[in-house]
Ligand binder design. Structure first.
Ligand code: HEM
Ligand code: FES
Length: 352
């Protein structure tokens, strides 16, 4: 068996995202170094660059951590989520520049290699005031590297989704290490109150957004559980069904095609009355589900063919809770009109 490698496909949206990221980062660094020259005339260019790249990486990491909960709270943030991996790689590169510059600046002049020096020059692990905070930054950088290196879909498919997810959840460990890296590092240098305050605000924002999104997910889970008690089955998320297309699911041994169209979701039997063609592989044309084999048509709400035709397929009740699509597995007699589930406005435009 061989695995096919698919190169990244750049589209207009990705190009705009990356341009904003590159211009924003360059502006941040220019302002940071410019302000540093004015406010701290004794600081060297190396120090300003080390601090500029380090703080930029940390700002980007905060943005990355906020995007997930923001999208769960309001779907309008979704465009940020789709290219979040680019943000992750950019953040890793900024952190790498900061780490490498720091090692050259503080660990390259001794008689051991900078990497060895990083670990042996200070071993005061028992002291809070003199803790070797650089080691924490190094471990965090390794985690960020692992995430950046496995960010492509190639790794998602080959490592399997659960393993990939576990690797990428380590971002929270990296974040914790970096908070400690900055706090313990600041204790040892000319303590910068602005940095401490900004980090505090960042930490509170990340925690608050995660709590709010978690609360919303729990409310949705309760409604889903109530619908499941009535017999409904969660089949997918709204964004996983393309407009005018279907997702085919198997419910109690029967294949059901769940169609999304004009802000609504309806479900019908997947089996065409003509020659058992897979309706869920067809699409909605002129408002009708159109069989991909020979073009028989059915109205999505009722499963009935438009007049003068008389063919009918079974229909299934649908519900939408949050972003989740639920279908009741009991088939209604062919041609029974059922109210489609309505997609809330915020979801309507979102689609992978
Ligand atoms: C090999 C890994 C790393 C090393 C050796 C390292 C080293 C350092 C050093 C020496 C400082 C103090 C700089 C100064 O006070 O002038 C520092 C501060 C800092 N580091 Fe790191 N670091 C590493 C990784 C990271 C990573 C991965 C991040 C973020 C993603 C990061 C973010 C920061 C920040 C925000 C500061 C505070 C900057 C300031 O004082 O204004 N570091 N680091
Ligand atoms: S099988 Fe559906 S049109 Fe023929």
């Amino acid at each position: 068996m061989s695995v096919q490698y698919q190169a990244i496909g750049w589209n207009r949206q990705k190009r705009i995202y990356d341009s904003i990221l590159a211009i924003g980062s360059a502006l941040y660094l220019a302002i940071f170094v410019g302000a540093g020259v004015v406010l701290y005339p004794t600081a060297t260019a190396e120090t300003l660059l080390i601090r500029g790249f380090g703080t930029l990486a940390l700002v980007l990491l905060h943005v990355i951590l906020c995007i997930g909960p923001l999208c769960r709270l309001d779907r309008r943030f979704l465009p940020l989520l789709y290219n979040r991996r680019h943000l992750g790689i950019a953040m890793f590169l900024m952190a790498l520049v900061h780490g490498v510059f720091s090692m050259i600046q503080f660990h390259a002049l001794g008689d051991v290699s900078p990497l060895v020096s990083l670990f042996v020059s200070n071993t005061r692990f028992d002291s809070l005031a003199n803790f070797p905070f650089q080691v924490l930054g190094f471990v965090a950088l390794l985690i960020l590297f692992l995430m950046a290196a496995t960010s492509h879909d190639f790794w998602l498919h080959n490592l399997s989704a659960p393993v990939w997810k576990r690797i990428h959840m380590m971002v929270y460990l990296a974040y914790g290490l970096l908070v400690a890296h900055v706090v313990l590092g600041a204790l040892q240098s000319d303590t910068n109150a602005a940095l401490a305050i900004l980090l505090g605000i960042g930490l509170c924002t990340v925690a608050l957004l995660h709590l709010l999104a978690g609360g919303k997910e729990r409310r949705i889970d309760r409604i889903v559980a109530a619908a499941e008690a009535e017999g409904f089955v969660e089949v997918c998320r709204v964004e996983h069904i393309a407009e005018k297309r279907a997702k085919i699911v198997s419910l109690q041994g029967e294949r059901v095609a769940v169609f999304r169209y004009e802000g609504k979701v309806s479900a019908v039997s997947n089996v065409c009355r003509h020659q058992n063609g897979p309706l869920g592989e067809g699409k909605i044309i002129d408002g009708c589900i159109t069989c991909p084999w020979h073009g028989y048509q059915y109205l999505p709400e009722s499963g009935a063919s438009p007049a003068p035709f008389t063919d009918k397929v079974a229909t299934f009740q649908t519900r939408i809770v949050g972003e989740k699509v639920l279908v009741h597995p009991s088939a209604h007699p062919p041609g029974t009109r059922l109210e489609p589930a309505v997609i809330q406005l915020a979801h309507a435009g979102a689609q992978r």
